[in-house]
Design a protein around this ligand. Structure first.
Ligand SMILES: Cc1cc2nc3c(=O)[nH]c(=O)nc-3n(C[C@H](O)[C@H](O)[C@H](O)COP(=O)(O)OP(=O)(O)OC[C@H]3O[C@@H](n4cnc5c(N)ncnc54)[C@H](O)[C@@H]3O)c2cc1C
Ligand code: SF4
Length: 374
């Protein structure tokens, strides 16, 4: 039982990374009274990501100061349903966020849009390779939204981030220098591509010589000074190489802090409570409607927060866990294939190759943006 009950709000956001910040901006603009509950600490470019402290590789790159502290809370892992799940104790490629801005602080800023075929992946594979191509039991499915429906939102988010890039397809017309295979865009990127480094120039030449279509990757790292539609200002990236695992001290990498929070925090119908760890979504007696959440506050009190709308923005598997703890939806059962809560979670996959260049090619790989700088 909660020992404190707070006055109700229109909407409560559980978690305050990119998703929480975007929902906060949109729902407050619609006139709702919005409360964000974030389990971690408050933090901002100044003073938390200030130079030179933020480039401390031991604290941030190795010890992971910005990530979820696994000694306090972790996830459990098993490789088959028959195994006993064990706690995940050492972070590897999976680096979940904790604190205001979530993983949007220490992400890279690679800013891909889904391809139209990605969003209808089962259909597009079946059309190309036949109905028998996808093995029986493989749960791959089309998304519930199309590229065309999402395009205005992709466009809006690129403008919020000040994304640097080169369009390859505007309104169905192929543009020289961009990705000719991308879905049609309404507009060019808000900023031109970032400058090329030597390794990118070599890659571009090799790819072009082989008949491919290299293009500058879209990056939410500003190539120029930029003011976004909300009035937030970004500065040009200096290629310091401290993107992944670090906050950006140059206000160049798009994050909730650099693009949305300066506006959102000033809105009178918005409130942020940090060190507020949500335990469950509270439901009406018939179990059909969310009535708010229960959380543990910074003093260890259990607090009931009523709300007309509960938005889970805690990242996929925290959202799934909260849904399961709150008895919402049907749990996915891999043995029967029934249930949707927890089904089809997928983490990112990357491909790569290592090449060796002799002394005649100065690479200086520390001069970069959005690499896996460690
Ligand atoms: C190292 C790294 C690099 C990445 N690079 C890229 C990239 O280049 N391009 C790209 O597109 N994507 C990238 N991503 C992925 C991208 O950053 C994330 O998908 C995105 O930031 C997730 O945003 P979110 O708001 O859904 O979740 P998060 O950013 O994880 O925010 C969730 C917030 O909820 C809080 N929370 C969790 N549980 C609770 C609870 N019970 N109560 C209260 N608060 C809670 C957490 O503390 C956190 O602050 C990267 C991710 C990582 C980790
Ligand atoms: S490389 Fe650019 S965007 Fe990344 S942290 Fe450095 S200045 Fe910021």
């Amino acid at each position: 039982m909660a020992n404190i009950k707070k006055p109700g709000v229109d909407a409560v956001l559980v978690g305050f990374g990119w998703t929480g910040a975007i929902m906060g901006i949109e729902l407050t603009a619609a006139g709702l009274k919005v409360l964000a509950l974030e389990r971690g600490e408050n933090r901002d470019t100044q003073p938390d990501f200030a130079y030179p402290r933020i480039t401390d590789e031991l604290s941030y790159g190795i010890r992971g100061k910005l990530f979820q502290n696994l000694s306090r809370e972790t996830v459990t892992i098993r490789h088959t349903p028959a195994e006993i799940a064990v706690p995940y104790r050492q972070l590897a490629s999976f680096l979940p966020g904790d604190g205001v801005g979530g993983a949007g602080v220490h992400w890279n800023g690679h800013h891909w849009r889904a391809l139209p075929s990605d969003l209808r992946i089962r259909s597009s594979y079946e059309e190309r390779y036949g109905k028998k191509f996808i093995p029986e039991g493989m749960t791959i499915q089309d998304f519930g939204v199309s590229y065309e429906e999402l395009e205005p939102h992709f466009d809006q988010f690129e403008k919020i981030c000040g994304t640097s890039g080169k369009a390859g397809n505007i309104g169905g017309k192929i543009q020289p220098g961009g990705n000719p295979f991308e879905g049609a865009r309404a507009n060019e990127f808000p900023l031109p591509p970032l400058a090329s480094v030597n390794s990118a120039r070599l890659f571009e030449k090799a790819a072009r010589d082989l008949g491919y279509h290299p293009f500058p990757q879209a990056a939410a790292n500003a190539s120029r000074a930029y003011t976004n539609p909300h009035g937030a200002q970004l500065g040009p990236c200096n290629f310091c190489g401290f993107c992944e695992r670090y906050g950006c001290y140059m206000y160049s990498k798009a994050s909730p802090q650099t693009t949305l929070l300066p506006v959102l925090m000033k809105r009178p119908n918005f409130e942020l409570r940090t060190r507020s760890h949500v335990l469950r979504v509270n439901m009406s007696p018939d179990g059909k409607r969310a009535t708010g959440v229960t959380y543990i506050d910074a003093q260890g009190n259990e607090v009931e927060q009523p709300a007309d709308l509960v938005v889970l923005c805690a990242y996929q598997f925290h959202n799934v866990r909260l849904l399961l703890l709150s008895n919402i939806g049907k749990k996915y059962d891999p043995a029967t294939g029934e249930g949707v809560v927890g089904r089809n979670y997928a983490y990112q996959l990357n491909g790569g190759a290592s090449l060796f260049f002799d002394k005649d090619q100065p690479m200086n790989p520390f001069v970069a943006r959005a690499p896996a700088a460690r």
